[in-house]
Design a protein around this ligand. Sequence first.
Ligand SMILES: Nc1nc2c(c(=O)[nH]1)N[C@H]1C(S)=C(S)[C@@H](COP(=O)(O)O)O[C@H]1N2
Ligand SMILES: [Mo]
Length: 314
Amino acid sequence: MRNKPQVTHRPLPSEITPLATYLNRRQVLAGLIASGLLAGQQAEARGTPLKYAKNPRMSLKESSNSYEDITTYNNFYEFGVDKTDPSENSGKFRPAPWTVTVSGEAAVTGRFALEDLIKPHALEERIYRLRCVEAWSMVIPWVGFPLGDLIKRLQPTSRAKYVAFKTVMRPSEMPGQRFPVLEWPYVEGLRMDEAMHPLTLMAVGLYGETLLNQNGAPLRLVVPWKYGFKGIKSIVEIRFTERQPPTSWNRSAPNEYGFYANVNPAVDHPRWSQATERRIGGGLFAPRQPTLPFNGYAAQVASLYSGLDLTRNY
Ligand SMILES: Nc1nc2c(c(=O)[nH]1)N[C@H]1C(S)=C(S)[C@@H](COP(=O)(O)O)O[C@H]1N2
Ligand SMILES: [Mo]
């Protein structure tokens, strides 16, 4: 395989270059200084520009939410449970240097510098709607690459039926982790065919720039036909498993959140309807819009679930 990742020895911090250095070192430095990252606790204002190509074929025609909406209305319980907490409390978080551990049922396992994991993949922009289980939505121009391409490089064995993901555990930088709001670290999982689906994205940026901390820097998952909580942020571990892995929201409230979490207007959350959604940034009087089965991707993904009772497997 041409771009097989190298299993690295445990890298020293000085050996790891930030994700964006394969772009433009001057821009990176300017970005670091402008963002206050060198100065201290202040949250970043912008990411660092990325090189990417637009993928209109895989993008919605809807117009994107503003950068402001996308970076100040967040769910990232590691930084607090309110929507503004992630942007206000994530200034101490250090997304570089970063390593990702690959383990379990795969030929290629080990600890990888983020750059080694990402470098072989061409980055593309895809505009997807993020539909939160709380019945709001946003349209976000992600920058990333298909998770399936990474999985092919890692060569899962025939026993690999699922992919499990884990968020970093850093209570000193993530104040929310000091409280038992969820069981930490946050974990998620996909069935192998869901993980391999061409719509499933590993995101490293949005609006053409690296992810801010509140959006899951430096690496997060985006599965556009599933509720937003499947999109695990700040990933440090990818594990191939034979058995269905646990997921944080299912652990915390199994009657409200299942493993599948497919966007489904016909199956209500026990405490509220899933039939419609409120577009963030639409203003107080904007009409709610209907939620689409599989968030609009039924033609592409419904066949993954044939034979599965989607009322029971919610
Ligand atoms: N580690 C982690 N990942 C997470 C969450 C979280 O609390 N912790 N929240 C999820 C939920 S509920 C949503 S809707 C999306 C929100 O992503 P965004 O803030 O970038 O829009 O992130 C998901 N990923
Ligand atoms: Mo969510």
